[in-house]
Write a protein that binds this ligand. Structure first.
Ligand SMILES: [Zn+2]
Length: 409
């Protein structure tokens, strides 16, 4: 691999700090003391304890100009109690599970090793949101049976719990499991897997069903009707996902209205592939109570003001926004600006496999690139808990559990 443009050789399984040590012992010591930090080839900070990954990887060591407070390590952040509100089930499969499911179902995948598959599904080099979404066709190809959906949902809960997640709302579109399954079957199977995962881990999970912008409004309404039947069985909300530009949310207003009238909450992807007008529609034409991403909110000062005043939670996804080119770099991501402005910002992965991040990684990025201090990060954790689509008494219990866990740390 390369450190500061110079080639170094390390053994397989080596850590980033080993690669720096190979290049320069003094530099490695600075990293150890927190006086320097390491970034990957595109400038994202990595932890010195992270594995170096595939051969040819590029790292840069940046010596900090001033020595600030000691930084929180990824290991510590992993132990933090966390909540996640925006993550797609079909973006979170274990590569090994995908290979097993493909073998049993006789499906061809773009690679036949877990590492190769993770690489093939990585959206790191997608050109835009539309290309990013094509990776989901591959994960969905092995999720077309009830047994596969149950297993994927079960493993998702286990992985989230291992990452310190105490509450998670996971979303997917049952529409994308037809015709192999009925909408009812496509909702019941993940709910069963989730129940199994919750019982084993103690992590609580809510399900959000997604209508698809590029599908017909009639299908969205059909989905809202089907999902409302499972409102007391774990389905907490209705969302609209898919290519944003050119496919306005207001076309699906009837489905949102049905969901609201039948006791479900609504959120909506907006301000990711399109501008603030899309966020406006999500809020005012569709009754969304939270906004998925909302990255481009700041382009409309009055709308930002509204979102702050009405405490509309933003489900922000840093790494995913970089991958879809919603932001040119993490340093330019507006989440810190919105947080400082008083918006209810939450941090999320969007897709753990496709985006190649854990929730811990997102918090680590917010800490290292965004400059969020410990108390800001704790605020973000509590924002997520307070924005959960849970009955009020359960939300209060979640907030107080997480708050006391944070204090104990
Ligand atoms: Zn999303």
């Amino acid at each position: 691999m390369f450190v500061n443009e110079r080639p170094v050789s390390v053994a397989p399984g080596a850590r980033v700090r080993d690669a720096v040590e190979q290049l320069d012992h003094d530099l490695a010591e600075l990293v150890g003391r927190g006086a320097a930090y390491v970034t990957d080839g595109v400038g994202r900070p990595v932890d010195a304890g992270d594995p170096v990954g595939e051969g040819g990887a590029i790292f840069r060591v940046v010596v900090s100009a001033r020595q600030g407070a000691p930084r929180l390590s990824k290991e510590l952040l992993r132990r933090w109690p966390k909540a996640e509100l925006h993550v797609h089930l079909d973006g979170c499969l274990r590569p090994r599970t995908m290979l097993e499911l493909a073998r049993v179902q006789g499906i061809r995948l773009p690679a036949d090793t877990p590492e190769g598959l993770a690489q093939a599904l990585s959206v790191k080099h997608a050109k835009n949101l539309e290309e990013y979404l094509t990776k989901y066709e591959i994960t969905l190809s092995v999720m077309q049976t009830a047994a596969a959906l149950e297993r994927v949902a079960y493993e998702f809960v286990l992985d989230a719990a291992a990452d310190g997640v105490r509450y998670v709302e996971v979303r997917y579109s049952p529409l994308l499991h037809r015709p192999a399954l009925t909408l009812g079957q496509a909702i019941e199977a993940p709910l069963a897997g989730i129940k199994r995962g919750e019982a084993e881990t103690g992590t609580k999970v809510g399900v959000i069903v997604c209508g698809i912008r590029t599908r017909s409004p009639a299908e969205s309404l059909e989905l809202a009707r089907a999902a409302a039947e499972y409102r007391t069985a774990g389905v907490v909300a209705f969302d609209l996902a898919g290519a944003e530009r050119g496919f306005p949310a207001r076309d699906h207003a009837q489905a949102f209205a049905y969901a609201v009238q039948h006791g479900m909450a609504c959120t909506c992807h907006a301000g990711e592939g399109d501008g603030p007008e899309s966020i406006h529609q999500a809020l005012h034409a569709c009754g969304a109570r939270r906004i998925g991403h909302g990255t481009r909110l700041g382009e409309d000062a009055a709308l930002l003001e509204y979102v702050v005043e009405h405490r509309v939670p933003l489900e922000m996804c840093l790494t995913s926004n970089l991958h879809t080119h919603t932001v040119p770099s993490l340093a330019e991501h507006p989440f810190k600006r919105y947080l400082d402005r008083g918006a209810v910002v939450t941090l999320n992965t969007d897709g753990r496999l496709v985006d190649g991040v854990s929730l811990t990684d997102e918090y680590f990025l917010a800490h290292t690139v965004g400059g969020l201090a410990q108390e800001d990060l704790a605020r973000v954790v509590l924002n997520a808990c307070e924005s959960a689509f849970l009955p009020e008494f359960e939300k209060v219990a979640l907030v107080s559990r997480v708050q006391s866990e944070l204090e104990a740390l």
